[in-house]
Design a protein around this ligand. Structure first.
Ligand SMILES: [Zn+2]
Length: 397
């Protein structure tokens, strides 16, 4: 008898009485009674004490000493004299309609944060489908979308490629001040963005002071149309990336022209590196290539200057002036890819220069790529968009 009392203590449910228990290999079964003298009718909310009969419910609880714990709980079926209905009184600690306790559910949910559903399923003796459902139901309850956006003033709009190597983009919204993802949208179409932001309300749109995005027309237009008080800033790193693209185009062309020259081979990443990060070996390989092509050297120097201007410019006006000088110089070089870059730069100059006043970037999105690699692996290369979205939201809840 003392042992039953001990188990009641161990289980810790005040209204649970342990009657007996069985020990099986890998499993404990506790036969218990739910001690309730009355229950509230789910229809009229009136309490009733009239028990019609009893039923045994089997629910799984947290493991003890590595063994599964099953509670076979006798619960009362009550009768409501007001509505003439019968209903079962579910203990408050059992997940309604499920065969596990609330704390078991919490534990499964926490396991899912770290492991694949199949692994968790094997661990808790549930199918991976059930585990998956449990996880997303709970995630949806825990994440309060409106609250996430409440104090956002600087908004980043960026994208991630959902499937590796495919042009399948999801749009990522970032709180630039906190450096966290706010939400993920299934694509980067204008109507998707507009309906999302309109759904968050006018007050939200008015409170946004800065919108930072890459040079994607839809984002820039949405930024202008929906956020009347916001300064639009084009993400510095996306611009530098485009300039690095020019550098690589030039290198590839040289590779084609000088098939027998090794010096243009395998220097792509060395060209992209900031010069202060290059070691002696990088330096000498780059110098060899520059000896053969003054144009490559010129564009490389231009890229370095471009970066420095962003590093040290004090404000938007200063950076705009410097960009003008930089563009005048660059225009004298005979390079079609560089000309294309200059066209973009000219068109979006104020938004690009705005970086110097706001100093915001979407760099936080880069961190998502590690997560996506992991997510693709656990979803066997076929990521479900909503699942990916909830994982991201939960990681930053
Ligand atoms: Zn009733």
């Amino acid at each position: 008898m003392a042992l039953e009392k001990f188990y009641e203590e161990l289980l810790g449910f005040a209204d649970l009485k342990v009657v007996s228990f069985e020990k099986h290999p890998g499993k404990y079964i506790f036969h218990c009674e739910h001690e309730s003298v009355s229950a509230e009718c789910p229809n009229c909310m009136e309490p009733t004490g009239v028990v019609n009969q009893y039923e045994t419910r089997k629910v799984q609880d947290l493991r003890i000493s590595g063994r599964e714990v099953w509670l076979h709980v006798k619960v009362g079926q009550y009768y409501c004299p007001t509505c003439h209905r019968y209903f079962y009184a579910t203990p408050a600690w059992v997940e309604p309609g499920k065969s596990y306790t609330k704390r078991q559910k919490k534990w499964i949910f926490e396991l899912c944060e770290k492991q694949a559903f199949t692994q968790v399923g094997a661990l808790v003796n549930l199918s991976h489908k059930t585990v998956e459902r449990l996880y997303y139901e709970e995630a949806e309850k825990r994440v309060d979308i409106k609250r996430r956006y409440k104090d956002v003033r600087k908004l980043g709009i960026d994208e991630i490629s959902v499937r590796k190597g495919k042009k399948d983009y999801a749009c990522v919204l970032v709180d630039l001040e906190r450096g966290i993802q706010l939400d993920v949208l299934p694509d980067r179409k204008k109507e998707t963005l507009v309906s999302h932001f309109q759904g968050l309300g006018k007050d939200f749109c008015n409170q946004i002071e800065v919108v930072c995005s890459d040079i994607w027309k839809t984002y820039l237009n949405v930024g202008k149309e929906l956020f009347p008080n916001a300064e639009i800033v084009i993400d510095r790193f996306h611009v530098v990336k485009a300039l690095n693209g020019v550098l690589d185009e030039t290198r590839k062309k040289l590779r084609r022209e000088f098939k027998n020259e090794d010096c243009f081979k395998s220097i792509k990443w060395k060209l992209f590196k900031r010069p202060e990060k290059c070691d002696a070996e990088d330096r000498s390989l780059l110098d060899k290539a520059f000896e053969k092509s003054w144009l490559l050297k010129e564009i490389y120097e231009l890229r370095n200057t471009f970066n420095s201007m962003f590093d040290i410019a004090k404000d938007k006006n200063q950076l705009e002036k410097w960009l003008d000088d930089w563009m005048a110089f660059a225009a004298r070089l005979d390079s079609p890819p560089l000309d294309a870059f200059l066209g973009t730069l000219k068109r979006w100059k104020p938004q690009i220069a705005a970086f110097a006043s706001e100093h915001v970037t979407n760099a936080a999105t880069e961190g998502l790529n590690n997560f996506l690699r992991y997510f693709r692996r656990i979803s066997f290369g076929l990521p479900n968009f909503q699942h990916m979205r909830w994982r991201i939201l939960m990681a930053t809840a």
